[in-house]
Design a protein around this ligand. Structure first.
Ligand code: GLN
Length: 188
């Protein structure tokens, strides 16, 4: 099982370490042809406007095809990239998952925080690291909510696409990445 981590910008290396810890083969994806050799993709946190600037035509097309056909996991800015609708300000989303997401909705960098929330993944509440996080304002039909923060969905899934508005790669808990690897294994 080979997982690609989009490595244009942001905290891709923390995802690489976590996925390797869980036994996955990981490639850092920077070129369009690399999308052909991976079974799943992680779109990491960073700055979504910067991702959009850095993605050249060929890479953007490959990314767009991939997220509509194969398992993909987006965190924070990576979640913003995958959303149907993006607000504050309005910007294009890849429409891989039927959510509306509002950027920087919990305040500025200084308002970044660590909270615990209940999860349907089983076991203890999940530690969740929020860094200039977006807020999921609307979930479409058929979206599964896997964790919440004060009522807000923060980890959601639709088919083979999963997104988190927090950074599971920065906590020692491996459940979220393990859940994604399960999705890839099931080939959904
Ligand atoms: N604020 C960033 C954005 O809007 C996301 C922050 C993050 O990925 N930690 O793209």
């Amino acid at each position: 099982m080979t997982i690609g981590v989009l490595a244009l910008q942001g905290d891709f290396d923390a995802h690489r370490r976590r996925l390797e810890e869980l036994g996955a083969e990981v490639v850092l994806v920077r070129k369009p042809e690399q999308f052909d050799d991976i079974d799943g993709l992680v779109s990491p946190g960073g700055e979504s406007t910067t991702f959009l600037k850095l993605l050249d035509g060929a890479c953007f097309r490959k990314l767009n095809d991939f997220v509509h056909s194969k398992p993909t996991f987006g965190t924070c800015a990576g979640a913003i990239m995958l959303a149907r609708q993006v607000e504050n300000p309005h910007q294009p989303g890849l429409d891989a998952i039927d959510i509306t997401i509002r950027r920087n909705a919990y305040g500025r960098q200084i308002d970044s925080t660590i909270v615990e929330g209940a999860t349907t993944l089983g076991g203890d509440p999940l530690e969740m690291v929020f860094i200039r996080a977006p807020r999921i304002e609307r979930v479409g039909e058929g979206i599964e909510v896997l964790a919440r923060r004060d009522g807000d969905p923060v980890l959601v899934r639709q088919g083979s696409v999963m997104v988190a508005t927090f950074h599971p790669e920065l906590s020692s808990d491996t459940r979220v990445h393990a859940e994604f690897l399960k999705l890839v294994k099931n080939g959904k």
